[in-house]
Design a protein around this ligand. Sequence first.
Ligand SMILES: C[S@@+](CC[C@H](N)C(=O)[O-])C[C@H]1O[C@@H](n2cnc3c(N)ncnc32)[C@H](O)[C@@H]1O
Length: 219
Amino acid sequence: MNQKTKTPWPTKAVMEQIYDLHFWGGTDFDFYSGAGSHDPNIITPYLDAAISFLKSFNTSLTVCDLGCGDFNIGQHLAPHCHKYFAIDIVEKLIERNKTLFTKPNLEFLCLDIAKDDLPPADCLILRQVLQHLSNAEILAITKKLANYKYIILTEHIPSGDFIPNKDIISGQGIRIKQNSGVDILKAPFHLKVKEEQHLGEYAFKNNKGRIVTKLYETI
Ligand SMILES: C[S@@+](CC[C@H](N)C(=O)[O-])C[C@H]1O[C@@H](n2cnc3c(N)ncnc32)[C@H](O)[C@@H]1O
């Protein structure tokens, strides 16, 4: 019997292909991280909430943006930070960002956030990244989260009740079709937090889910 076992592509190759073939849309753009990174109805309330959090400190924070994408979001947050590390797995995207966005407090790094060591910071931003990753990768990332005091986490989840953390192969899609979404506090991740705050959400029409942003303070 000719039985083949399916080995998933490495995440780096998957993400490179998504950008090369514009699987997240935006064919007029060189790199496009999806409507969730560009639609003003989605990003304006997010930016208002995130900026107001960053501005609430007397001493501005060092922030690490994991999976920074095309930087349509991060470019508005960086000015409110002491130092801003923007990290993505796609080398060509990081090179492009380095030429487009130059500020003294801004540093772009090409890293695999599941495998590589991450820079120290006060606050992590993880925006619509975990939703695309397998549980094994999310688990590897979760283990690093306790090193950061604040986490601003944004996930696209189903509209109503859902089964948390069904496993997927890392890629373009998310868990919505399986009526699932990432909940970092639930099994198998079990992130331990001191406080959880709802920072906002955007609800899609036609039961296409909602993009929810939470602020966690770790233990
Ligand atoms: C949907 S985009 C979101 C981009 C950005 N956070 C935003 O909200 O506009 C997801 C990004 O995560 C990056 N990514 C996925 N897996 C990664 C990994 N293991 N390490 C670093 N970046 C990763 C992808 O390359 C992509 O740019």
